[in-house]
Design a protein around this ligand. Structure first.
Ligand SMILES: [Zn+2]
Ligand SMILES: [Zn+2]
Length: 335
């Protein structure tokens, strides 16, 4: 039997076409995809700047219904509405043995290194599926993956109850991070973005303090001692030097956005020494999907408006263009 899927034959050559439906391995289930989000990593995979093999069906932020089971899977899974943690790891390398699964020597992800969710059906290991509560739509189910990345980031951010926070980049990821920082006890985190459109949009999405980059100097008046934590959710290397100057003494600069590989940034080591700054980061998900699901459910009324577009699978290439222009929030395809 065949199905419709986005096939990336090589970088920049993606087509929506008819392909063979996947068969489940013994420990796999087949998920009929209801919604699959597009994110910045998909742009990198599309451009050939990631660790993906080609041809590939991309898509790693998805949810749907289990419609068939591998031979070793319990019948109870059939018909279950699920979200999928895309993370794949070996379980026995030195990193896995230290519970650092996101650094696995054979790290991979469904939709990044094996066929993913921009398809009607996808085969995934049963260990990667999580039952969705009735309160979560498939669209919110497909948002759990980015929330789970932000949950892992929060585990590495030095939480300061009553502390101040500044987030560069008012896209969907930046706004998710803002929500979690607020849940963790930071007071009204401030958003910064180059784009006036995004600043305006962020304000309508609950970020009461959102400012354009050109107004950064105003923060010297409101926060003369700087911020306890400054998060970069842009991946723009130039943000690092601003973050180092805006962070409070003994504060933390946190890199969450993915900078282009090989890009460099200029920072002044004396400032890091003198202010006792911590610079750290987080990469993907590390057993945080379960809590990502709980947080998505808890914050569903705040997070749902971040899904700005749901479009049919055939609009994949057009949606990638929209994402590049940066005027949208989260775009999801509904196969
Ligand atoms: Zn993603
Ligand atoms: Zn491993």
């Amino acid at each position: 039997m065949s199905m419709q899927a986005v096939v990336l034959h090589e970088p920049k050559a993606a087509f929506v076409e008819s392909v063979e439906r996947p068969d489940p391995g013994p420990h796999d289930v087949i998920v009929q995809v209801a919604a699959c989000g597009i994110c910045g990593t998909d742009l990198k995979i599309y451009d050939g700047d990631y660790l993906s093999p080609y041809p590939l069906i991309p898509g790693h932020e998805f949810a749907g219904t289990i419609v068939s089971l591998g031979s070793a899977v319990n019948d109870a899974y059939l018909g279950m509405r699920v979200g999928v943690d895309p993370t794949l790891f070996c379980g026995h390398c030195p990193f896995c043995r230290n519970r650092e699964f996101n650094h696995c020597e054979s790290w991979g992800a469904i939709g990044d290194t094996r066929d993913g969710g921009f398809a009607e059906f996808v085969s995934v290991p049963v260990a990667n599926v999580y039952a969705l509560p009735d309160s979560l739509s498939f669209n919110l189910g497909a948002l759990v993956e980015p929330v789970a990345c932000a949950v892992w980031a929060m585990e590495r951010i030095h939480v300061k109850l009553g502390g101040s926070a500044l987030v560069f980049g008012a896209g969907p990821m930046g706004l998710i991070i803002r929500q979690l920082l607020q849940s963790a006890g930071f007071i009204d985190p401030i958003m910064v973005d180059r784009s006036l459109d995004r600043v305006a949009l962020a304000k309508t999405l609950g970020a009461t303090h959102a400012i354009p980059t050109r107004d950064l100097s105003q923060l010297g008046e409101t926060h003369p001692y700087g911020f306890h934590v400054v998060v970069d959710a842009t991946g723009n290397p130039a943000v690092l030097s601003s973050a180092v100057s805006l962070v409070r003494k003994n504060g933390q600069v946190f890199l969450f956005g993915v900078a282009p590989k090989g890009a460099t940034a200029v920072i002044e080591p004396f400032v890091i020494y003198h202010k006792e700054i911590t610079i750290s980061s987080s990469m993907a998900i590390n057993h945080s999907y379960d809590r990502g699901l709980t947080m998505t459910e808890t914050l569903r009324s705040e997070l749902a408006p971040l899904i700005s577009h749901t479009r049919p699978l055939v609009e994949y290439r057009d949606s990638m263009e929209m994402l590049k222009q940066g005027k949208t929030m989260k775009i999801q395809l509904t196969p």
